[in-house]
Design a protein around this ligand. Structure first.
Ligand SMILES: *Cc1c(COP(=O)(O)O)cnc(C)c1O
Length: 359
């Protein structure tokens, strides 16, 4: 029998109860005078809905997220975007100045930023760019994780900025190999666009897997700042003890709940289909342009594109008023831009601007 994933938590936090807020203490009563709230609403707060501190994890929202992701409510921790999830995982698992996290570059920059702020070393096992695209060397990841006291392996699937999907069986094998040593975190910010199964299905079999999901991308709610960690219930409870007492502003939680209703979910699904169609069209359109040297296959809502003359391409886009992500500062991507898929008209504008640059 293997130790449960909670054995990976920092020893010095094992008996940490977190902050006991007025809300978490609960109780029954008619007159609530335990949280120093104002008895009157603010003039700007028409419905008087903001006078009280919010629930730390609103039950209805948690249930709606569990339903959306096909897991149990006690496996879900909602927070201020997946960014907060990354930060909580680091703080709960890594001893500052001692443990390390592992990333596979090029990847999402927030893993290294959160690690740096927490005083945690970052071990990089770069992806290999073989003929088919960027791929993870899982053997090298496992060896480096075993060698360097790595507590968290951050995988991103589909990858940002690569667009590559990681096979679930590879994630499962890696987690099995690293059990009792490290947590494998799978960031699925873009999985909706891959229309592929989530690593959430692996958690019950292998409890050292955690998944990050967000409402920021496919659900079009980036400004509401709602994301989740999905993991074994024991780990979720420990992460909540490390979280701020009232992480979810009530208006954002209410909005998120509405966004997970049946009608909104149908509209979200239709939007995903349109993005996928746009991505396939842009893949073909960009490949046909003379200045484009490579378009990576993508399962996300963006394309990673290499150019013969990247500065000229960027300039042509800027002159057309189009802003894309410049990746030229990243190792091995000195000629690359990341282009998000927009509306059909926006996508056409990109192709037109780049065709003009190449002419
Ligand atoms: C956009 C993105 C996120 C989303 O972060 P939020 O804090 O939920 O908005 C997470 N991971 C990756 C890889 C991303 O690109």
């Amino acid at each position: 029998m293997n130790a449960p994933v909670t054995s990976l938590l920092r020893e010095d936090l094992r008996d940490f109860g977190g902050y006991r807020s007025a809300r978490s203490e609960g109780g029954h009563g008619r007159i609530w005078l335990n949280a120093n709230e104002s008895p009157w609403a603010n003039a700007a707060d028409g419905g008087a809905r903001l006078r009280r501190y919010p629930q730390p994890q609103p039950e209805a929202l948690r249930a709606a997220l569990a339903d959306l992701y096909g897991c149990r409510p006690e496996q879900v921790l909602a927070g201020r975007g997946s960014d907060e999830g990354i930060d909580l995982l680091l703080r709960a698992l890594c001893r500052p100045g001692r443990d390390a996290v592992l990333v596979t570059s090029p990847t999402f920059g927030m893993y290294a930023v959160a690690a740096r702020l927490h005083g945690t070393a970052v071990v990089d096992v770069p992806l290999c760019d073989d003929g088919a695209g960027f791929a993870c060397d899982f053997d090298a990841v496992a060896l480096a994780a075993e060698r360097d006291d790595v507590r968290i392996v951050f995988l991103c699937s589909p990858g940002n900025p690569t667009g590559a999907l990681i096979p679930l069986d590879e994630i499962l094998k890696l987690a099995w190999r690293l059990q009792s040593r490290a947590l494998v975190v799978v960031d699925e910010a873009y999985i909706e666009y891959a229309q592929a199964p989530s690593a959430i299905s692996l958690i019950d079999a292998q409890d050292n897997i955690a998944v990050l999901r967000t409402l920021s991308k496919a659900h079009a709610l980036a400004a509401a700042r709602i994301g989740c960690v999905i993991a074994a219930p024991g780990l979720i409870a420990a992460l909540q003890r490390c979280q701020a007492p009232y992480p979810l502003p009530a208006p954002c939680a209410r909005l998120a709940q509405r966004a997970l209703g049946a009608a909104a979910r149908r509209r979200t699904a239709a939007g995903i289909d349109r993005i996928v169609a746009g991505r396939e069209r842009m893949q073909v359109g960009l490949c046909a342009l003379p200045g484009v040297t490579r378009v990576y296959p993508s399962r996300a809502n963006f394309l990673l594109v290499r150019f013969a003359r990247p500065q000229a391409a960027l300039q042509a886009l800027l002159e057309a008023g189009i802003v894309v992500r410049d990746l030229r500062h990243l190792p091995g991507l000195g000629d690359a831009l990341r282009i998000s898929i927009g509306t059909p008209a926006q996508n056409d504008a990109v192709l037109r601007a780049l065709a003009g640059a190449a002419a």
